[in-house]
Design a protein around this ligand. Structure first.
Ligand SMILES: Nc1ncnc2c1ncn2[C@@H]1O[C@H](COP(=O)(O)OP(=O)(O)OP(=O)(O)O)[C@@H](O)[C@H]1O
Ligand SMILES: O=P(O)(O)O[C@@H]1[C@H](O)[C@H](O)[C@@H](OP(=O)(O)O)[C@H](OP(=O)(O)O)[C@H]1O
Length: 182
């Protein structure tokens, strides 16, 4: 019940749908698998609010992400630990608080849907940098990340997912992690 004591927590609205334009990230691979049992929480969408609800990840990543958005979108920029963070606002979806699903206790970040104005949007998800694990990552995490794209150290980024609308075929083309320059 700890979460209900947080001052800036709101209830998750009803009538949310699974976000159809997610191309990578947590929960995505499971969504693509044929297994009907989905244990990972999914990115949710409110068409009317033009927002997405992104599941807060486990510790420590989830709370770090909340802290990051709270600092960037803090109205009192002068009280930010790093006022330069406010310059990131124009590059990020607007953060509109943390919501909780009362039934499960799971928390969600409410963010503007960057694709709300687009019809048949094409989306590419990238991870910047030559490495995507922390210095103290487990051997397992290292090998999972290294196996995703063998040219990453040289190319300097990884394409984690790409979904492009093909007008001539009137359908989406989907490419997964590991796509990229060779
Ligand atoms: N505000 C948004 N508007 C539209 N689509 C979004 C938004 N946020 C996320 N997405 C979609 O969800 C995907 C995953 O988002 P994101 O990379 O933030 O998730 P993540 O689980 O933190 O991923 P990772 O841990 O791999 O960085 C994006 O590639 C995009 O398809
Ligand atoms: O799509 P899935 O199957 O949920 O897979 C997750 C996805 O690849 C995330 O990008 C990754 O987090 P990071 O980008 O933070 O490494 C996470 O690693 P994790 O399990 O170590 O959190 C994976 O489990």
């Amino acid at each position: 019940m700890k979460f209900f004591m947080e001052p800036e927590l709101h209830l998750l609205p009803k009538d949310l749908s699974i976000y159809e334009h997610q191309v990578a990230g947590h929960g995505y691979s499971q969504r693509c698998e044929q297994n009907p049992v989905k244990t990972k929480p999914q990115l949710l969408h409110s068409h009317d609010e033009r927002c997405i609800y992104k599941p807060v990840q486990g510790a420590p990543k989830g709370d770090r992400e909340i802290q990051f958005y709270r600092e960037v979108f803090n109205e009192k920029v002068a009280t930010c630990r790093d006022p330069d963070l406010a310059e990131l606002r124009c590059l990020l979806p607007t953060f509109r608080g943390v919501h909780i699903d009362a039934a499960t206790g799971r928390r969600y970040l409410r963010l503007d849907d960057l694709l709300a104005d687009f019809v048949q949007p094409s989306v590419m998800d990238l991870k910047m940098g030559a490495q995507s694990y922390e210095p103290d990552a487990s051997e397992r995490k290292r090998s999972v990340e290294l196996a995703k794209y063998e040219h990453r150290a040289r190319v300097g980024f990884l394409v984690t997912g790409l979904r492009a609308w093909r007008q001539e075929r009137q359908s989406y083309e989907q490419l997964g992690s590991g796509t990229g320059p060779r």
